[in-house]
Design a protein around this ligand. Structure first.
Ligand code: GDP
Length: 391
């Protein structure tokens, strides 16, 4: 049985208020009550009240700092499909913007059910086409899938596998396309754990023992780098980060190497105030430590298609460790974590979130182009191959 405690109405409103002081509390409260009543005594596989699910999905989206319409639609996302609620009623109570988002999610869910037996590539194609109206539908869908993956242990083993495969094939790469790295990593990790529990636990244990073993080293590298920057008058925030088992595992498979031969288990981020400081920091790093050839990438001058910007380099750092560095500004750091979602919420702009995305996010433009190519494409499998290579 799940021991999850349901988040309260007040907590959700507080979460939204922390990044959006102008939030429409009344709207959030009404959606909370509406969805709770609509789902009534329905339960999840865990035995939890069904409403705990849309509530958690809404909470995940507050981590992405999304706008009220998205949070409200997350609360309502299963009501048309699973309760007495209708599009007309949601329009009437919450307005057409929210009605359209909830309907988009309903369509996606039906598509998923219908095309489950069909090929994955075809699935992906339909999925993309269906979300083309509003990227916020896809953001809610990803959060929905994330919560389902987090609670997968309660689902029968056979469907567990299918859901994990679907996540790895479709939702992980989609999150990547949208530049949502954290979302992608968690989705992939949860899938990996389900599909290959043995490999997962081996990699996890190796990572844990490595982290334990090198606890001092990570701190040492952090402070050494910080000192070097300070000495040269560059203000930087340096921090080490842990890699996730899935990315380690795929790298081991791709390069056919063992855990010991992986060079970049130690990753560090260097976050600075502007672009100029990034290049100064790079100069300092390269004049202080020997550079590992072939590992330098400048995604600041040439951003990736999903908006990702950062300078990558690997050096032989303290203790002869190979150290992978990502150098970027605070703003780039935000976008690296949140991707497309980083553009949705800007309260000072009068435009609708969808309009804003069009203007600010090249990932959005990219997604649109992808959708256009897909609509013309006779061969979605070919597209999927391409997607996998690129991601
Ligand atoms: P490259 O060969 O230097 O482009 O880098 P890899 O593909 O080996 O990626 C190195 C690391 O950079 C990854 O582990 C990620 O942490 C980061 N990275 C690469 N691409 C992206 C991206 O599109 N978004 C984000 N957020 N991080 C990325």
């Amino acid at each position: 049985k799940s021991r999850a405690r349901m988040m309260r109405q007040y907590d959700l409103v507080e979460r939204v208020r922390s990044y959006n002081p102008d939030t429409n509390e009344d709207l959030l409260n009404r959606a909370y009550v509406y969805a709770m009543k609509a789902h009534g005594s329905q339960t999840r596989a865990s035995g939890d009240p069904y409403f705990s699910h849309p509530l958690e999905v809404a909470a995940i989206l507050t981590d992405l700092k999304l706008d009220d319409a998205t949070i409200v639609s997350a609360l309502l996302h299963d009501t048309i499909e699973d309760t007495e609620a209708t599009r007309a009623e949601i329009d009437q109570v919450f307005g057409q913007e929210i009605g359209a988002l909830v309907e988009g999610l309903t369509k996606l869910k039906r598509l998923e059910l219908v095309s489950r037996e069909a090929k994955q590539a075809e699935n992906l194609r339909k999925l993309l086409l269906a979300i083309s109206d509003d990227v916020r539908v896809l953001l809610i869908k990803l959060a929905d899938r994330l919560h389902n993956m987090r609670t997968l242990e309660f689902v029968p083993p056979a469907s567990r596998r299918r859901i994990a495969e679907e996540t790895l094939d479709i939702y992980g790469p989609l999150a990547g396309r949208m530049g949502m790295q954290e979302m992608r990593e968690e989705l992939e990790d949860l899938s990996f754990r389900t599909l290959d529990p043995e490999a997962y636990s081996v990699v996890r244990q190796r990572l844990d023992s490595l982290a334990e073993h090198n606890r001092n080293l990570i701190g040492e590298i952090e402070s050494q780098l910080s000192k070097d920057f300070q000495k040269n008058g560059v203000k930087a925030h340096v921090y080490g980060r842990r890699k996730q088992p899935f990315s380690i595992w795929t790298k081991m498979q791709r390069k056919s190497v063992g855990f010991e031969q992986l060079s970049d288990i130690f990753g560090f981020r260097v976050v600075l105030k502007d672009v100029e400081s990034c290049y100064r920091a790079l100069g300092i790093v390269h004049t202080t430590w020997p550079v590992v050839p072939g590992r330098f990438k400048d995604y600041i001058s040439t951003p990736k298609q999903n908006d990702y910007r950062s300078i990558h380099t690997t050096v032989i750092g303290p203790g002869k460790q190979r150290v992978e560095l990502q150098i970027r500004t605070e703003e780039m750091d935000q976008i690296a974590e949140l991707g497309i979602a980083a553009h949705v919420f800007y309260k000072d702009l009068a435009e609708s979130p969808t309009e804003r995305l069009k203007h600010e996010s090249s990932a959005f433009a990219w997604l649109r182009r992808t959708i256009a190519i897909l609509s013309d494409s006779a061969n979605p499998e070919e597209f999927l191959e391409h997607t996998k290579l690129e991601l």
